[in-house]
Design a protein around this ligand. Structure first.
Ligand code: SF4
Length: 344
């Protein structure tokens, strides 16, 4: 903040951005309820400013780690990536302006292969923690930032000045202690090629207000929020991004174990081989036992998690585990305390 109470270094010198000041308005969709709300707020603001043509939405896909599509009682319910695309289209953005990105690695045939966050965890040797939240950086922020690069390069060539990017996210203060400290508008990066400001238009929305807003948009709602797909009772997981978020609540994690047992077994393998626990307070190994107990929440639905894509993930993770970890295991066992997810 400047001495006048205005955000320091932002393109618009005001408490909130004027969207007309930006070359690219980039909402980042997670596929969850706050993401849908944020997309609506962004498009409303872009319409008022007359700059809808500058909006491009992004979804950093976590592949098989995010909540997948399921079939329940004969109906198919979309997974997180599909929901992110729906959320973008629902408020008027053409399909070719929604961009799904994912982390990849060079493939032996010269192409690119998806590089899962779980493979990265297996290779690194420890799970993300507060103070080392590398998951959001490597699987989301850096991937979206790289997707901006062609626009940034072209813009610099055409105008001779840095591209002004407004990154828009759906974080809300009520969600956690970490998020309660966030400011709605700030500069996050300035260099000779790009100026990136962050805007959180849903920051002060209360949870009841968001749930009420969601009632009018049932097609944009993730099935995992409910006890069973379509129940509409909000009795499922409280969040919807990685099924196994290292900052998730115990209940969310128990539901994830019940709903995705094969993926739980793969996390358990990483935990066992590397000797680090999934979280400082819970091992996946113990959650698997707890999820089978009488006090565990009813998963309601079990995801298939089979087929060539899942087999490829298992093979990739095991290949990473067969090599020495990049981080020493004794360091890996140290924990840095609990946190809530600050970015997803
Ligand atoms: S959902 Fe959780 S584990 Fe997944 S990238 Fe975000 S913070 Fe990391």
């Amino acid at each position: 903040m400047s001495s006048f109470g205005l955000p320091a270094g932002t393109v618009t010198q005001a408490p909130a951005p004027d969207l007309i000041d930006y070359d690219l308005i980039a909402p980042q969709l997670s596929g969850g309820k706050d993401s849908a709300l944020m997309m609506w707020l962004t498009m409303e603001a872009a319409r008022v400013a007359g700059v809808v043509d500058r909006v491009r939405s992004y979804h950093a896909s976590l592949g098989l780690l995010e909540w997948p599509a399921v079939t329940y009682a004969g109906d198919r319910w979309p997974g997180v990536s599909e929901l992110a695309a729906r959320q973008s289209a629902a408020f008027g953005l053409p399909a070719d302006r929604h961009i799904e990105v994912t982390r990849t690695l060079p493939a032996p045939d010269g192409g690119r292969l998806p590089h899962s966050l779980l493979t990265e965890i297996a290779a690194y040797g420890r799970f993300p923690r507060r103070g080392s939240r590398y998951c959001t950086k490597c699987a989301k922020e850096s991937v979206v930032s790289a997707a901006w690069t062609p626009f940034v390069t072209r813009h610099r060539k055409e105008t001779g000045r840095p591209m002004r990017i407004l990154k828009v996210m759906g974080l809300r203060r009520e969600e956690s202690r970490d998020r309660s400290k966030l400011v709605p508008y700030r500069n996050v990066l300035t260099n000779s090629a790009r100026v990136v400001d962050e805007w959180l238009p849903a920051l002060t929305w209360s949870t009841p207000a968001v749930l009420e807003w969601c009632q009018d948009h049932p097609d944009l709602r993730a099935w995992t929020y409910d006890s069973v797909p379509g129940a509409g009772d909000w009795a499922g997981t409280s969040r919807c991004s990685c099924s196994y978020c290292v900052f998730g609540s115990k209940r969310d994690l128990l539901l994830a174990v019940g709903r995705r047992p094969r993926l739980a077994a793969l996390y358990d393998e990483v935990e066992t081989v590397r000797g680090d626990s999934f979280r400082p307070d819970y091992r996946i190994h113990d959650l698997i036992h707890l999820a089978a107990g009488p006090d565990a929440p009813d998963p309601g639905v079990v995801c298939d998690d089979s087929g060539p894509e899942f087999d490829a993930l298992v093979a990739q993770v095991r290949a990473a585990l067969a090599r020495p970890p990049r981080k020493a295991v004794d360091l890996a066992r140290r924990s840095a305390g609990l946190a809530s997810c600050a970015l997803c």
